[in-house]
Design a protein around this ligand. Structure first.
Ligand code: MN
Length: 374
């Protein structure tokens, strides 16, 4: 099935039949029941954003369990694109999660879909043709006027901006349904809460705290550790070596434009890594990804430097698409080809813009070389 971000059927449910006073899980159950699809033996499809992170993976598994084992609607998780980052891959493998590949899904088998850790209006989320979106569970700021597509009517939309992880929201549904958490589901949800809140040190609400402790009590602790220290492929070390060589420090800015990289998450991981360097307040890391024919860019700021989102807008200066919240932003610039001259012209422009933002050179002027790290 071809991903289609534009054509989206509306939900075929009567939301007015569900009492607004009911608990979120009771309302969600009511929406699924009034859609009538389960009665015809069809299933629910659980989807998340491109390149799912631990919170997305944990929330997918939690919702799958809730629907299949508690609410009585068989559910299947499908992901778009390969999962590359070692921690995320380790989570799927160590927990033996049964995730299908989006492209292999037969739409006819499903009566509805559920989106977790994202919203239909986000650019990095593909929606299937012919499968209505019945529910959305997320904690990101809705795109509002910046959305590429108009808002979709969704019968059950639970978006909580003050919650640190979607996995915490899913935990609440499971808690309220009174079910005991199996070890595997608890471990998946725990990893989701721990990585999105950095062990409750970032954006953590009372619900995140409760979810973190309650899921940890039921989790497999050896798997939690294994997921945190996954085996790394040899290419990881060669790319790390290149990143260390290529990175330059321009006072508070660490800048590393890496040419071709094996997967987008590597840029994000290096951005986090360089931000830990003393004296560095913001980081821009980028690389071209052949599989997606895109130049991906990750920007990070430390807690005093300000928001990542407006900085990313200035670094891109109109190129590509981007998003972000707080101290994190990411961007994608489509590439006509993967040739060296195409990649280096994109990198020249990004370097010049980043240095202009840091006040090191005016746009148009030849950028300074900076100095190697350390
Ligand atoms: Mn999340």
């Amino acid at each position: 099935m071809t991903p289609d971000p534009i054509q989206r059927p509306g939900p075929n449910v009567d939301a007015s039949a569900v009492s607004p006073a009911a608990s979120p899980v009771a309302r969600f159950r009511g929406i699924l029941e009034s859609s009538g699809g389960g009665a015809r033996g069809r299933r629910l499809l659980v989807l998340t954003h491109h390149g799912p992170d631990p919170d997305a993976i944990g929330a997918c598994e939690g919702i799958r369990f809730l629907c299949s084992e508690v609410l009585g609607f068989e559910a299947r998780v499908a992901t778009v694109g390969r999962i590359h980052r070692a921690e995320n891959l380790a989570m799927v493998r160590a927990l033996d999660l049964d995730f299908a590949t989006y492209g292999e899904i037969d739409a006819g088998e499903f009566f509805g879909s559920v989106l977790v850790d994202t919203q239909p209006e986000f650019g990095h989320t593909f929606l299937p043709r012919d499968i209505p979106v019945l529910a959305v569970f997320d904690h990101h700021v809705p795109p509002g006027d910046t959305a590429e597509v108009p808002p979709l009517e969704v019968a059950h939309r639970d978006v909580r901006l003050n919650t640190g992880a979607t996995s915490s929201i899913v935990y609440e549904y499971l808690r309220d349904s009174g079910v005991e958490l199996p070890e595997r589901v608890a471990t998946a949800l725990f990893c989701g809460v721990r990585y999105d809140t950095a062990d409750l040190s970032r954006n953590a609400s009372a619900l995140d705290e409760e979810a973190y402790h309650a899921t940890f009590r039921c989790a497999d602790r050896s798997l939690v550790t294994a997921i945190d220290h996954p085996p790394l492929p040899p290419v990881y070390y060669s790319e790390l070596s290149r990143a260390l060589t290529v990175a330059r420090q321009h006072e508070a800015l660490a800048l590393a434009l890496l040419g071709e990289i094996s997967h987008p998450e590597f840029a994000a991981e290096m951005a986090d890594f360089f931000l830990r360097m003393k004296g560095c307040s913001w980081v821009v890391v980028g690389g071209a990804v052949a599989a997606e024919r895109e130049y991906v860019l990750s920007l990070r700021t430390d807690r005093h430097f300000g928001n990542a989102y407006p900085l990313m807008a200035r670094v891109l200066d109109g190129a590509g698409t981007f998003g972000g919240h707080g101290h994190i932003a990411g961007a994608r610039i489509p590439l006509e080809d993967m040739g060296e001259s195409m990649i280096s012209s994109v990198e020249r422009r990004l370097r010049r813009n980043a240095l202009a933002v840091s006040g090191k050179s005016e746009a148009g002027e030849l950028p300074s070389e900076g100095r190697p790290l350390g």
